[in-house]
Design a protein around this ligand. Structure first.
Ligand code: PGA
Ligand code: ZN
Length: 448
C-alpha cells in the first residue's frame, strides 16, 4: 500500500509569469513526485476558487503563498499516513477538509496540486507509469451504461486523443481585435496521432505565411501560441484557416476540419453579445445562433465551444437542437467540469460535449466523475489545458488513460503546450496497439 510520508508545496511560475502551486508528495518506498497547477484567464463563474494572496505588496497580489501554506500545513497533516492508492478516499478527504462547495477555503489550486501529486506519488511507489495508474483509477469507476460510440468506444480502453489545435487567438488571450477566443483545426482525416501532429504543424506554418502575405502580423502569438492578427471580422479567420489547410496540401473538411471557441460570456453584457470585430454589433442569442449556423453552412466547422453565455441554459438547448447534429457543441464555462452542472446540461440537452479541465473542479476523482458521466450519456469529453500552463503534462496521460478521444492544448508552439503534445508522442510509441487511434471518428455518432 503506498502510504503518504511527506507532502511539500512551493510557489513556481506559469507560462504567463503568474505564480502557481507546485506540490511534491512522497510515499513509503517511492521517490518524490510532483504536479503543477495551471491557471485560466477566461474563467467560468462556477469554477473552483483559485486562491491568490491579494496583498498588493508582492507581485500585485498575484502570489499563491497562502495556497502553498495550506498544502504544507492542513492538507499535509490530513493526508500523511493515508493510502495514496485510494484516490477516491484522498479526494473525499480533501473536499471534506475544505468544506466549501467550490474549494474556496483552501483554494482549488492547493487542493488540485495535492490530489494530483498523491496520484503521481502512488504511481512511483507502485512502480507503474502514471498513465497506467490513471488507467486503473479510471477503471474502478462503475460505467453506468454501455457507451453509445463505435468501437473502440470512448472510455472503454486507452485512446490517443484527436487534438483540437488553436491557430488564431482572440478574446482575452490575444492583443488583436477578435472577439472569439480560439479558431482551431481538427486533423480529422489523420491516420495516427503522429500524422495529426505533422499536419497541424504544417498548417500552422502555412498560416503564418498566408498572414504575412496579406500584410497581417504572422509572428505575434497569443497566450496559447495561436497567431494574434488584427483582422477586420471574426469570420475572416475562418477563411484564412481554409486557405492555410489548402496551402498545406490538405483537404479542408475531409483531412482537417475547423473548430471555434466563442468564449461568449466575455463579451456578453445586458442580454446582448457585443462584437467589436464587426460581424454584427450587439447580437441576441438567436442572432448569434443564426450567425453560427451560417458559418457551419459555409465552413467545415465540426466543433463549437461556449457559443452562448454561461447561464443561458434555454439558449444552449435551442442552439444544440439546431446545430448539434452537425457540430459538437462543447460546454466549458457552462459546466466548469462540475458533475452537478453537467447533469443539468444532460437533462436539458444543452450541449453534446464537455470541456474537462481538472483545475475547474479541483480533484482528480471529480474530474473522472465528470468524464464518466459525459460518456455514459453519449456525450464527448475533451480534456483541456488552461491558457496559463506549465511543463506539467498530466492532461496528456489523463486523456489517454480515460479514453477521452479528444484533447485541447492550445497551439503547436511554446513549450508549455509541447510538453503535452510530446508526452502524447511518447505514449503513442510506448503503448503501441494498446492505445487505439479513432481520430475523426470520435465526431461521428452511432447512437440512434
Ligand atoms: P482559459 O481558456 O484557460 O483562459 O479559461 C481556455 C478555454 O477557454 O478553453
Ligand atoms: Zn473555452
Amino acid at each position: 500500500m503506498p502510504i503518504i510520508e511527506r507532502i511539500h508545496a512551493r510557489e513556481v511560475f506559469d507560462s504567463r509569469g503568474w505564480p502557481t502551486v507546485e506540490v511534491e508528495a512522497v510515499c513509503r518506498g517511492g521517490r518524490p513526485a510532483r504536479a503543477i497547477v495551471p491557471s485560466g484567464k477566461s474563467t467560468g463563474r462556477a469554477e473552483a476558487v483559485e486562491l491568490r494572496d491579494g496583498d498588493s505588496d508582492r507581485l500585485d497580489g498575484s502570489g499563491v503563498r497562502r495556497a502553498v501554506e495550506n498544502v504544507r500545513g492542513e492538507i499535509a497533516a490530513a493526508l500523511i499516513g493515508n493510502d495514496a492508492g485510494d484516490q477516491q478516499a484522498i479526494d473525499r478527504r480533501l473536499c471534506d477538509l475544505d468544506g466549501t462547495p467550490n474549494k474556496a477555503r483552501l483554494g482549488g489550486n492547493a487542493v488540485l496540486g495535492a490530489s494530483l501529486a498523491c496520484a503521481y506519488a502512488a504511481a512511483e511507489a507502485l512502480s507503474v507509469e502514471p498513465v497506467e495508474h490513471f488507467r486503473r483509477l479510471w477503471e474502478r469507476l462503475p460505467a453506468r451504461s454501455p457507451s453509445s460510440f463505435e468501437s473502440p468506444s470512448l472510455g472503454g480502453g486507452p485512446l490517443l486523443p484527436l487534438p483540437m489545435v488553436n491557430m488564431i487567438s482572440g478574446g482575452l488571450h490575444a492583443g488583436g481585435n477578435l472577439d472569439f477566443q480560439d479558431f482551431l483545426v481538427l486533423p480529422v482525416g489523420a491516420e495516427s496521432y503522429r500524422q495529426a501532429l505533422d499536419w497541424t504543424v504544417l498548417v500552422y506554418r502555412r498560416l503564418g505565411r498566408v498572414l504575412d502575405s496579406r500584410g497581417y502580423e504572422g509572428r505575434l502569438v497569443g497566450d496559447e501560441g495561436g497567431y494574434g492578427p488584427k483582422l477586420a471580422r471574426n469570420e475572416e479567420a475562418l477563411g484564412l484557416l481554409v486557405e492555410a489547410i489548402g496551402a498545406a496540401g490538405l483537404r479542408p473538411g475531409e483531412d482537417v476540419a475547423l473548430g471555434i471557441d466563442v468564449a461568449a460570456t466575455h463579451f456578453h453584457r445586458d442580454g446582448r453579445y457585443h462584437l467589436a470585430a464587426t460581424d454584427g454589433d450587439a447580437l441576441t442569442a438567436d442572432s448569434m445562433i443564426d450567425l453560427l449556423e451560417r458559418w457551419v453552412d459555409e465552413y467545415p466547422i465540426r466543433s463549437i465551444e461556449d457559443p452562448l453565455v454561461e447561464d443561458d441554459w434555454e439558449g444552449w438547448t435551442r442552439l444544440t437542437t439546431r446545430l448539434g447534429g452537425r457540430a459538437q457543441i462543447i460546454g466549458d464555462d457552462l459546466f466548469a467540469t462540475n458533475p452537478e452542472r453537467l447533469r443539468r446540461g444532460i437533462e436539458l440537452a444543452a450541449a453534446n460535449a464537455v470541456l474537462v479541465k481538472p483545475n475547474q473542479i479541483g480533484t482528480l476523482s471529480e474530474t473522472f466523475e465528470t468524464m464518466r458521466l459525459a460518456i455514459d450519456a453519449g456525450w464527448r469529453p475533451i480534456v483541456s489545458a488552461r491558457s496559463g500552463e506549465t511543463e506539467d503534462a498530466t492532461i496528456a496521460d489523463l486523456a489517454v488513460a480515460a479514453g477521452a478521444g479528444q484533447i485541447k492544448i492550445g497551439s503547436i508552439v511554446r513549450s508549455e503546450r509541447l510538453a503535452k503534445y510530446n508526452q502524447l508522442l511518447r505514449l503513442e510509441e510506448r503503448l503501441g496497439d494498446t492505445a487505439a487511434w479513432i481520430g475523426g471518428r470520435v465526431l461521428h455518432r452511432t447512437r440512434d
